[in-house]
Design a protein. Structure first.
Lengths: 299, 400, 304
């Protein structure tokens, strides 16, 4: 009897959610498993091959020149992107925290890039990051020159430096700094005004209030932002794909997968890179999910 | 304020249904993590009775209500509504109506649709539904609000809609979970009498949960006192007041609460501080020789002296003036009674939670009529009525 | 608001975009120092606004210029006269893309929002054993790099013949949109009181009826968030589009855009004009409906 009641109680609920669960079980977990399986094969070309070659693909990858370049690029890009976005986002949030006239206008402008697809962003910024010289200076370089900051001129992502990809952190940061700003703004405004007032009454000036009272309470927001940005950075494809098509200077594992599978037919290799990418993302995301679900339960 | 004069003269809407009783047999609710919210509760609500469930926070009263409603599943025991066993029935199937503390009105529905929702779910016909909704709206003074949304109503109006939603369904029982707690004090008092009137008119069996013992005592035909999931006593308000079955009930019921002091009984007298009170004739403790906890209500003292009753002289420390009566508070040279039971009765968690400035001596509150001259520090002599004394075992807390 | 080809998670953090300016207005004494600081602050805000709008400015200018006037070097110069020639040139190639993207994004966002609403409701309000276990599993789906499922997805959908029209693409967007819509609705419904659902239960409503009569009527703010997010995400997606729409006539607008403007030798003005056109719907949605999105966020969508 007890079980009849229980089933009648939550049976309908389980039924309602099951199509989604089934779909996700297949499309997320099933496919991930399939992908891992492929990474253990030697599939090359249009016809799938499901043999088993053990860790060979992974080993080959370690020695693959392009892959190593990609990983290096990805690291550079990630660091530049995260640092830039966090700093800029935090700065904008601090500017807006106390409330300004036209806050709505500013927020709309700062968040506007989030409505634009990365392809369009890439196309626009490709021209902005033009690296012409002298008479053919254009884009940002030209603005800098006109502002008297000509010494800041750069070849951006077409430079010969190994850090060339860091230039792409500029459009990426442009696109996401607004989002980081919202995160920090919500965090800043989540600090009860009473805490700040108590500090002021105790004699602290504004910078001190920020440092001692507000900053410690920003940690969760900061971690949240860090995790999200990292995982976005690892996944970035559209932007890099369109900003300098085929250019190895901005190649990353995510792009390599696309090129090697859909232009080269090296399915197994692509699956291998994808698995590694997934593991890296999981490393960051799983603790984050676990932590946020657990802290929600405590509430 | 129209809110308080809402109940009009109107015939009962009960439609002639016979009231049914509710029975809980050995009902236990154990939550995951081991918390026992209800412990082997045996409770019987007679048909048509208004039963109040009262106790400090966390005592399980809301849990018991939710068990009756079916919102919680009983770990053990059986629940009967009328003749039907409903232990394993879902709330939808139990034909009870519930009034929540927060009212839980459906925000996007008009008052009319809020009232009619339960009937719609039971597939009552449209015309019958409308008739009943109008009838109830009439009784509760809501006719002019029928097309408004809950957000456009005042607190008192919302409360009435919550009640109306329950009434319109003509259920076998009303279950109310602190429905008056969100109203402010004066409104609460007037709504109390309205609730009483409503119950008289409708005659539906009602179970009413509250943490306020005054509310429980004034509204309930019988009151069930709970503590930590265990039913302490279930009796009429009179008997709870005059014949508490243990220390907790004695401390919980009555405001201001009963005074307690540690005393000894020997040779037919009870002794505490420097007071000796002979036990009344026929007292079960007449031949006892033991320590006890003595309880006296603030009304157990009187100002008249020299009438043969034992007397006590004291120096008032605090006098609280209330117009035609006053509370005189003083300390006596006897140890303060501080047990789990007395602490639980006032929702205190630790020994000094209830005191702003901790003290070791027992503190007595006496209620006197306003015309007795009292001043702080001046000695005052009062007499004690021996038949208004209560005795409790210091270990178990049960009445002797 | 997707800018990555895949939905950029809005982050289960305190509601992004909290607006609380009024209680923050400080009444500080108008000292000289504070005036200077305020001025500096506005200056910084405006400078940043310029930074954020600069690409938009370049975009607009180039797209509206006479093709003859266009050159990368003269990007920043105002046009002598306004011309729609660039638009006219690229429109024929983008037209299909528009239709395709709309056909794909609208149903996908509606369906995944509806399913997300059901899921979110069940997970937050109608407990069943394992609900707390299932939710993180769903959530993880939002964060995976799509490259990790790319090969199987491409392979299975093309074998099933779903890549010869838009069906495969729509299906992919619906399914991979489920985690985020579920998150949105779950956070939102978690914010409404349990007693409301209990009242419906006692009133006699089962799960489905509670969902339709009690939960859905109060869900519009969450729908605003979910629909806008999903629409933007689907419209702006590129990766799925390039893989799951095999025929040229099925290409969503991002793919068409990349095709026009992605080459190395491409007329600069056409590239800019097509980028502008491709952005119009999402930017319009953002500007016109953005406040509903904000309101939804503040009402509790995405707080978990």
């Amino acid at each position: 009897m007890r079980w009849r009641r229980r089933i009648r109680s939550w049976g309908p609920a389980v039924l309602l959610i099951s199509p989604s669960l089934v779909a996700l079980a297949i499309f997320v977990y099933g496919f991930i498993g399939w992908n891992v399986r492929v990474s253990f094969t030697s599939w090359r070309g249009l016809r799938p091959t499901y043999d088993f070659v053990g860790w060979q693909n992974y080993r080959n990858l370690m020695h693959d020149e392009r892959f190593r370049l990609d990983v290096r690029n990805l690291l550079v890009f990630t660091v530049a992107f995260i640092v830039g976005s966090l700093l800029l986002g935090l700065f904008m949030a601090l500017l807006l925290d106390k409330g300004v006239r036209g806050e709505g206008f500013f927020r709309t402008v700062y968040l506007l890039p989030m409505a634009i697809s990365f392809i369009a962003t890439a196309i626009i910024w490709r021209w902005l990051l033009d690296n012409g010289t002298g008479e053919s200076t254009a884009g940002i370089n030209k603005v800098l020159a006109n502002l008297g900051l000509g010494f800041l001129r750069s070849d951006w992502h077409k430079s010969t430096s190994k850090l060339a990809i860091a230039a792409v952190a500029l459009p990426a940061g442009w696109a996401l700094a607004g989002y980081v700003m919202s995160l920090f703004l919500a965090g800043l405004r989540g600090v009860p005004e009473e805490l700040r007032e108590a500090a002021r009454v105790d004699g602290a000036n504004e910078p001190r209030v920020y440092w001692h009272v507000v900053r410690p309470m920003l940690l969760p927001v900061f971690m949240s932002g860090l995790v999200i940005l990292t995982h976005i950075s690892l996944k970035t494809f559209d932007l890099l794909f369109a900003i300098a098509p085929g250019d190895l200077r901005v190649d990353t594992p995510a792009l390599y997968i696309y090129h090697t599978v859909f232009r080269g037919g090296f399915y197994a290799r692509g699956a291998t890179i994808a698995t590694l990418l997934l593991l890296t993302v999981a490393l960051v995301i799983v603790p984050y999910i676990w932590y946020s679900v657990r802290s929600e339960r405590k509430r | 304020m129209t809110d308080t004069n809402s109940l009009q003269e109107a015939p009962a809407a009960s439609g002639g249904r016979q009231p049914v009783g509710i029975r809980l047999e050995g009902v236990t609710k154990r939550f995951r993590g081991g918390v026992v919210a209800a412990d082997a509760i045996d409770l019987e609500v007679r048909p048509g009775e208004f039963m109040a469930l009262v106790g400090p926070s966390g005592c399980g009263k809301s849990t018991v209500l939710r068990l009756i409603a079916g919102l919680e599943e009983a770990t053990d025991g059986r629940i009967y509504i009328g003749d039907r066993e409903v232990t394993y029935r879902l709330p939808q199937e139990r034909d009870v109506a519930m009034v929540f503390q927060s009212y839980a009105l459906y925000p996007r529905m008009s008052v009319r649709r809020n009232l009619g929702f339960g009937l719609r779910m039971r597939r009552t016909r449209r015309d019958e539904r409308d008739r009943r909704v109008h009838e109830v709206a009439d009784i509760l003074g809501l006719e002019h609000l029928l097309d408004r949304r809950p957000s456009a109503l005042s607190g008192g109006q919302r409360q009435r809609v919550a009640m109306g939603r329950a009434i319109v369904r003509e259920p076998q029982a009303f279950l109310m979970d602190e429905p008056l707690s969100n109203l402010d004090a004066k409104l609460r008092v007037s709504m109390r009498s309205q609730l009483s009137l409503l119950h008289q008119r409708l005659g539906t069996t009602t179970v009413y949960v509250t943490h306020d013992q005054v509310e429980a005592m004034t509204l309930g035909q019988r009151v069930a006192v709970l503590r930590d999931g265990v039913l302490q006593q279930c009796d009429t308000p009179q008997r709870l007041f005059h014949e508490p079955v243990n220390l907790f009930v004695a401390a919980f019921i009555g405001s201001p609460s009963m005074n307690f002091v540690k005393a000894t009984v020997e040779g037919g007298t009870v002794r505490f501080a420097d007071v000796r009170v002979p036990l009344p004739k026929g007292s079960p403790l007449a031949s006892a020789d033991r320590r006890v906890i003595l309880g006296v209500r603030p009304t157990g003292f009187s100002a008249g002296t020299g009438n043969g009753r034992p007397e006590i002289t004291l120096r008032p420390e605090i006098v609280e003036e209330l117009g035609d009566e006053r509370y005189v508070i003083f300390d006596i040279d006897a140890p303060r009674v501080d047990t789990d039971a007395t602490r639980a009765a006032v929702d205190a968690e630790t020994a000094d939670d209830a005191l702003l400035v901790p003290d070791e001596r027992a503190r007595i509150t006496v209620r006197l009529p306003g015309d007795v001259p009292v001043s702080i520090g001046e000695p005052l002599t009062l007499s004690i009525a021996p038949d208004k004394l209560y005795f409790f075992d210091p270990e178990t807390g049960s009445a002797l | 608001m997707s800018t990555v080809g895949t939905p950029a998670p809005p982050a289960p953090a305190p509601a992004a975009g909290v607006a609380a300016p009024d209680q923050r207005r400080q009444r500080r004494p108008r000292g000289r120092r504070s005036q200077v600081l305020t001025f500096a602050r506005y200056l910084a805000l405006f400078a940043l606004a310029c930074f954020f709008l600069m690409p938009v400015y370049a975009l607009l200018l180039t797209a509206l210029k006479d093709p003859g006037q266009v050159s990368v070097v003269r990007m920043w110069e105002l046009p002598d006269r306004f011309s729609l020639a660039s638009f006219r040139a690229v429109w024929p190639e983008l037209k299909d893309g528009f239709v395709n993207s709309t056909t794909m994004a609208v149903p996908a966002s509606i369906i995944s929002s509806l399913l997300g609403a059901a899921n979110g409701f069940v997970l937050s309000k109608w407990r069943f054993p394992g609900a707390d276990f299932v939710f993180p599993l769903i959530l993880f789906g939002m964060f995976i790099p799509y490259q990790a499922v790319l090969i199987p997805m491409f392979y299975s959908l093309s074998r099933a013949g779903l890549t010869h029209d838009l069906r495969g693409l729509i299906l992919a967007h619906i399914i991979y949109g489920l985690p985020i819509t579920t998150l949105i609705f779950r956070s939102y419904f978690a914010g409404i009181s349990d007693e409301l659902i209990e009242a419906a239960k006692v009133d006699g409503a089962g799960m489905l009826r509670t969902f339709f009569f009690v939960a859905l009527p109060i869900a519009p703010p969450a729908f605003a968030v979910a629909l806008i997010w999903q629409f933007t995400s689907a419209w702006n997606d590129f990766l799925f589009g390039v893989l799951l729409a095999q025929r040229t006539e099925d290409w969503p607008i991002t793919v068409a855009l990349n095709n026009i403007a992605g080459g190395q030798t491409v007329p600069f003005n056409e590239a800019m004009a097509s980028a502008l056109l491709a952005c119009v719907p999402t930017v319009v949605v953002y500007i016109l409906l953005g406040r509903f999105f904000m309101r939804g966020l503040m009402a509790g969508a995405l707080k978990g």
